[in-house]
Every structure is written in C-alpha cells, then in structure tokens.
Design a protein around this ligand. Structure first.
Ligand code: G6P
Length: 369
C-alpha cells in the first residue's frame, strides 16, 4: 500500500503527528482490563522473574529507546540492564550470564548489525526477543519471541513514531517485569499504567507546541553547534534530540548528561551555542536548574523544555521556554518530551531548507555493514 503525505509537507511531519494515535493503539493492544497482556508466546518467552540481567541491543534511535528503557527496568523492576549498540556488541562478544536474556529493538527488522547481535545471543544459548515494527522481517523471524510496535510504515529516514512506539512497548515490558519480580505492588503498577494511559492525550497537547517551536527554530537554524542536556531517563532523550537535529538539519549537536556539563562541554559555552534543556519538574530538577545557571553565567542561551511548575521555578533568564503539559509520572517523561525534541529538529531543518525526509548520506535501513 502506498503511503501518502495526507496534507503534510513532509512524511516526518505526518509521522510526528501520528504519535498520539500510535500510543493509544499500543495501549489498546497490550493492556486489557487494566492489566498488561502481551501476546501469549511473548509473555512465555520473557522469564523476567528468573533473570539476573537483561541485555538490550539496537542501532541509532532504537538504541536510545533501549537506553531510556534501562532506567525503567532498573527503577521499576530492579532488573540490571546492559545496553549496547549492535556494531560494538557483535564484535565485543560479551559473556552472557545463564540467567539472562536479550531483547533487540529495530524499526525495520533488517539492520545488519542488530541481526548479527541477535545471532550471537542465540549462539551463546541465551533467549532473545525482538521488538520490531515490520512484521515478517528477518529479525522478527529469527528471534524466539516478537513484540510488534504498532507504528505503521515509517517513511521519514529520521525515526520518530517508531521511537515512541518502541518506548511505549518497553515501558509496558518494564511494568510487566516489575509485576513478575514483585518489585511494585498491584496498586503501584495500576498507577504507572494510568500514567501511560494519559500519554496519548498529553502527546496530542504537546503537538500544539508546533507553532511556538517553529518561531524558535528560525533562531536555532543559525547555530553551528547545539547542546542537549537531560538527567535520568531524560539523558538518553537528550542524546536522541541531538541525533534528530544533526540527522536532518546538519547542525552539529551533542547530547550530554546534565551532571557531566562541567566535565567538558561547558568549555564550549558562549552566546553562539544554544543549550536545550529537556527537564520536567522531577526530583532532580533543582540540580538541572543549577546546571542551567552555569550555562547562563557564561552567556549561554538556554532553551528550557519543561512543565508549568518547572517554568515557574527556573524560567527566568532563559532564551526560550517551551511549556509542556504536566506529567502524572515523571519517569515516563521521555515518551512525551520526544515530541518537542522531534519538532525542534523538524522545524530547524525546514528553516534551513534541507531535504527533511531524505537527509544526505543516510539510509532508512542499514542492511550492509
Ligand atoms: C538508520 C535509520 C535510523 C534508525 C537506525 C536503526 O540509521 O536512519 O532512523 O534508528 O537505522 O534502524 P532500525 O530499523 O534497526 O531501527
């Protein structure tokens, strides 16, 4: 079936806008009557209660989804997680504990390095599941269990809706693991599930920021370097935000853990380097505020993406404020903050006039090494 742009200027814009619906479809498919209900075969192949370690392997944006999920599995299910990019994992050939399993994550299900990582895990005699978007893909066929993301066909080379689709599936798996391992009570799990159920509506609200972000992105498009900062589960989202921006706008961007600012990137800060801080008002917000102050003291221009509470506490002196809806559960913030990160990249690229859907030198699926 031919996929059309449906009135949008680019596939990427359409795919960003599809996310509330995809998050809802994912919840409808994998949560039944208030309980996580994975496809039976997948559930049987994920022995979370018996694991000492979970290994998550992927490339590109899917790897950052794994990196976010590490925080979720470790916090919610107290399950140690190792993450790696597939190109390193396959040649590093790490020892895999007997009481462990791996999950590979791939939109296309055809990425050569991810497939090789999967085959290595199987040779080592450890179970491997796949989170894939393309049904019947090679990675889906070769893994012990498949959990599909329900993003539909993604055309834009820079992954957007597949990423949030992966995050939603991984969030549900982390809660399933918490349930199996008894690390959260039934009431706590219900509370987290309710927070996920709120995501489609919140994502819809976040999309309304598009116009505000368009104005801001004109200024951003003049930058040569941009820094993204985040803490906790928002740190990998900072990495993803930087990846999106460099992929389609060709502006050099780096993602950093906020606390690492003084170990290097602060040396680059002056008024020409915008610093995008992705920070809901959470338990560590104060620490992020002091990082921002360090940036502003060096005339750095801060774009703060936060909620109303965060804005009230830290909005003064920032260059631009992107006000997000408040979250019931800040641990799942990457799911929602992915949207402004994508919109910033998109509108900056449009302002620069690049080929948004087909950025130079990049392929949708890297099937050769
Ligand atoms: C390429 C694409 C990225 C994608 C990565 C992994 O680099 O441009 O958008 O994240 O491959 O692809 P996969 O299909 O395995 O998720």
């Amino acid at each position: 079936t031919r996929v059309e742009k449906g009135g949008y200027k680019h596939f990427m814009a359409k795919e960003i806008a599809e996310q509330p619906g995809i998050l809802k479809d994912t919840l409808d498919a994998y949560v039944k009557e208030g309980r996580i209900a994975l496809p039976g075969a997948a559930d049987a192949a994920l022995p979370f209660a018996d694991l000492d370690r979970l290994t998550l392997v992927a490339c590109g944006t899917a790897h950052y989804a794994c990196h976010v999920a590490k925080y979720w599995f470790e916090t919610l299910a107290r399950l140690p997680v190792e993450i790696d990019v597939a190109s390193e994992f396959r040649y590093r050939q790490p020892p895999l504990p007997a009481r462990s399993m791996a999950l590979v994550v791939s939109q296309s299900g055809e990425t050569a390095d991810t497939l090789a990582a999967l085959r290595y895990v199987k040779e080592e005699g450890v179970g491997v599941g796949a989170i894939v978007n393309v049904e019947g893909s090679t990675i889906a066929r070769e893994s012990d269990a498949v959990i599909r993301t329900l993003a539909g066909t993604e055309i834009g080379v820079a992954s957007t809706k597949a990423f949030t689709g992966q995050l939603m599936v991984l969030a549900l798996l982390a809660l399933r693991a918490a349930e199996a391992r008894g690390t959260l009570s039934a009431a706590e799990i219900a509370g987290h599930l309710a927070a996920l159920e709120a995501m489609p509506g919140l994502a819809h609200q976040a999309l309304q920021l598009s116009e505000r972000i368009t104005e801001m992105s004109h200024a951003l498009s003049e930058a040569r370097d941009v820094l993204f900062l985040g803490r906790g589960a928002m740190y990998p989202l900072a990495l993803e935000g930087a990846l999106k921006l460099k992929e389609i706008s060709y502006i050099h961007a780096e993602g950093y853990a906020s606390g690492e600012l003084k170990h290097g990137p602060i040396a680059l800060i002056d008024r020409t380097v915008p610093v995008i801080v992705l920070a809901p008002r959470d338990a560590l917000f104060e620490k992020t505020v002091s990082n921002m102050q360090e940036v502003m003291a060096r005339e750095g221009r801060v774009i703060l993406v936060t909620d109303a509470e965060g804005a009230a506490e830290a909005g003064e002196g920032v260059w631009h404020l992107v006000r997000m809806p408040a979250l019931p559960d800040p641990i799942f913030a990457p799911l929602l903050y992915a949207i402004p990160a994508q919109l910033i990249a998109y509108h900056t690229a449009v302002a620069k006039g690049t080929d948004v859907d087909q950025p130079r030198n990049l392929a949708k699926s890297v099937t050769v090494e």
